[in-house]
Design a binder for this molecule. Structure first.
Ligand SMILES: CC(C)(COP(=O)(O)OP(=O)(O)OC[C@H]1O[C@@H](n2cnc3c(N)ncnc32)[C@H](O)[C@@H]1OP(=O)(O)O)[C@@H](O)C(=O)NCCC(=O)NCCS
Length: 198
């Protein structure tokens, strides 16, 4: 399906927060989260051609409980895609764009408390599970783990080795901005090629 990844107002995320993130619970008075109002919070989502929001994510400037010493840490919350269009690349496109923005802001760390069943999705981006970080929030009864991605380290790993030739690249920076599924992930983006020549 066609979709566009763009910044959302917090209120535009509420429908999917309720139906997917909160498993459709009807007893929650609001889907508003206190940090939504902070000046350095932002929300990214995917919108189909009719204007329907089909994917959401929210980014909050928050220290990671497992790495409180790292400055410029951001927490990812409410990552969700409409169940009717999951596994079509929408979540990946949103997270790729979020990571691009975090990198351009100079962010050092992105972390989340992730549902265990979604961890494989995050691992594709290089997220690592924090050992001994299991939790079982009473609100959902779903097992979670802390996951984190050191944003600059991810970049160094990609560039490392002193290899000046363009290399096969599955890095998130090579994924398309406009929601299209990457046609040929074997080719590095121009940006990656430039970095690998440094
Ligand atoms: C997890 C979620 C955000 C992923 O978004 P998506 O648009 O469905 O994911 P994509 O199509 O971009 O997936 C890319 C790859 O990630 C992996 N992946 C995605 N969802 C997965 C899942 N639930 N289990 C295992 N692997 C998954 C797969 O490898 C997938 O590639 P494939 O479909 O070719 O096998 C979405 O499925 C969702 O909203 N799930 C329910 C809510 C949830 O768990 N949110 C995360 C809270 S921490």
């Amino acid at each position: 399906m066609k979709f566009e990844v763009r910044e959302l107002a917090a209120g535009e995320t509420h429908e999917l927060r309720r139906s997917v993130s909160a498993d459709g619970r009807a007893d929650l008075p609001t889907m508003h989260y206190e940090l939504d109002d902070a000046s350095d919070s932002w929300h990214l989502g995917a919108v189909d051609p009719s204007g329907r929001v089909v994917g959401i994510s929210s980014f909050y400037r928050e220290a990671c409980p497992a790495r409180p010493e790292v400055p410029e840490s951001f927490q990812l919350q409410f990552m969700a895609v409409d169940p009717s269009v999951q596994r079509e690349g929408i979540g990946s496109s949103i997270l790729s764009e979020g990571l691009r923005r975090l990198q351009s802001m100079g962010a050092k760390l992105l972390w989340a408390s992730a549902r265990d069943n979604a961890v494989p999705f995050y691992e594709r981006f290089g997220f690592e599970v924090v050992p001994d970080s299991a939790s079982l929030p009473a609100s959902t009864g779903r097992p979670h783990h802390l996951i984190l991605l050191e944003i600059q380290q991810q970049e160094r790993r990609e560039v490392g080795g002193g290899d000046r030739a363009p290399r096969a690249c599955r890095h998130w920076c090579c994924r398309p901005r406009d929601g299209r599924i990457a046609g040929d992930r074997r080719s590095p983006s121009r940006w990656c090629r430039r970095r690998s020549r440094r």
